[in-house]
Design a protein around this ligand. Structure first.
Ligand code: PLP
Length: 412
């Protein structure tokens, strides 16, 4: 008899966005005339930049003739892209990451979900709360989280990030942490961590032989010079941190699929017999077994964003979305809401007024303004009482959503 992995049965609820879709569908059934604007899901809306399009056309043409056709590529990614990443994302910032420490993937979701396979199920996982749900759910599937009681997993260390602590995660006292997930700029709060604060986490990891998984999927949105774009800007991080990056939000690749994971060769972890094991070697072995590489065409598109034209074009794309973020932030402030993020990140995090729960505010705004946001509680218990707005809509949609919200608020 084949038995299932029972850990999957422990997963809570549906996937957050499926839940939102269900409620929007119910609203539309009773309000068929209403046009709903979504500032909810974090997907991009603007077309790919010309440099990426041109590179993909060229790569497709190469695939059309036998002399330049390519089948399986290297599991770790093509050298042309790994070298472009090294030469553009790391070396100019004084970070000694080499091309063979970079693993190309089909987007950060796969690797941020899969990386925990390298760890013992006994490792204690710590998460900033609220946070991108993939880190938690992938550890639930692996059986690392204990039992779910009163909205929390017994074996997970939650590190609250709320208005009360300025969204700066504090190292919890008296709790062991083996693996720490950090995501900056943060999804969902849109807040960032300065060098000094990030240094505390690196120091903790080095002192306690812990591992940091650092998700920098939104680093392209950082403009403030005191905010690190990479954890490897922090001394010591190459010995304790893995970094994930993605072209999804940097270059609009959510439908193209390409990203990368950096695992420095200096990063080792203990095995039960006390020997030090290279995480890079383990991941390489894992990828060679389970992954056949990101598509050649996607990798050529990613390479193209490092050309001088590509760099300019993706900068324009980031600025396009950040104009929305700034507008959301300014309008919400004018309307008297308490809002955070949105300055070095494409998300604005709002405290719900009048002590409404996240879902209550979500429903009220859906029915009152026909605008969808994301309930903060879907990202963790400390997200209760907040909602998230994304800056990834078009200018027209964002402006219209804000007009409707303003009208709705003034009516009440
Ligand atoms: N990491 C964070 C924090 C995200 O918000 C997302 C997507 O929304 C991802 C990773 C996954 O991105 P992708 O798989 O498209 O690269």
């Amino acid at each position: 008899m084949a038995l299932i992995n029972e850990n999957f049965l422990k997963l809570q609820n549906n996937y957050l966005f499926a839940d939102i879709a269900k409620r929007v569908k119910a609203f539309k059934a009773t309000h068929p005339e209403a046009e709903v604007i979504s500032l909810g899901i974090g997907d991009v809306t603007q077309p790919l930049c010309p440099a990426a399009i041109e590179a993909m056309h060229k790569a497709t043409d190469e695939m059309a003739v036998s002399s330049s056709f390519r089948g399986y590529g290297p599991e770790q990614g093509y050298d042309f892209l790994r070298e472009a990443i090294r030469d553009n994302d790391f070396h100019p910032y004084g970070i000694r990451i080499e091309a063979d420490e970079i693993f190309i993937n089909d987007g950060a979701k796969s690797d941020t979900g899969n990386i925990q396979e390298l760890l013992s199920t006994d490792d204690v996982v710590a998460l900033t709360d609220p946070v991108y749900p993939v880190y938690l759910d992938s550890n639930v599937m692996a059986g690392r989280t204990g039992v779910f009681q009163q909205g929390r997993w017994s074996d997970v260390v939650y590190i609250p990030c709320t208005a009360e602590n300025g969204f700066v995660p504090q190292i919890p006292e008296g709790r062991e942490m083996d693996v720490i997930y950090l995501c900056y700029p943060n999804n969902p709060t849109g807040t960032v961590l300065c060098r000094e604060e990030l240094q505390k986490w690196v120091d903790y990891a080095l002192a306690n032989d812990a591992l940091i998984f650092y998700d920098a999927a939104y680093q392209a949105y950082i403009t403030d010079l005191n905010i690190p774009r990479s954890i490897y800007e922090i001394p010591g991080a190459q010995k304790c941190a893995v970094e994930f990056r993605s072209y999804s939000k940097t270059a609009g690749f959510t439908g193209i699929r390409c990203g990368y994971t950096v695992i420095p060769k200096d990063l080792t972890m203990a095995s039960r017999d006390g020997a030090r094991v290279s995480l890079h070697s383990l991941w390489n072995r894992r990828q060679c077994t389970k992954f056949n590489g990101a598509s050649y065409i996607s990798q050529r598109a990613a390479e193209a964003i490092y050309s001088s034209a590509g760099k300019l074009q993706i900068q324009q794309m980031v600025s396009y979305y950040m104009r929305n973020a700034h507008k959301l932030l300014a309008t919400f402030k004018e309307l008297g809401f308490e809002v955070y993020g949105g300055e070095n990140a494409p998300y604005v995090w709002m405290k719900t007024p009048d002590s409404l729960t996240s879902w209550q505010f979500f429903e009220q705004m859906l029915y009152g303004a026909h605008v969808v946001c994301t309930p903060g509680v879907g990202f963790g218990p400390s997200g209760e009482g907040y909602v998230r707005f994304t800056a990834f809509g078009s200018h027209e949609q964002t402006d219209e959503a804000l007009r409707r919200i303003e009208k709705w608020i003034n009516r009440n």
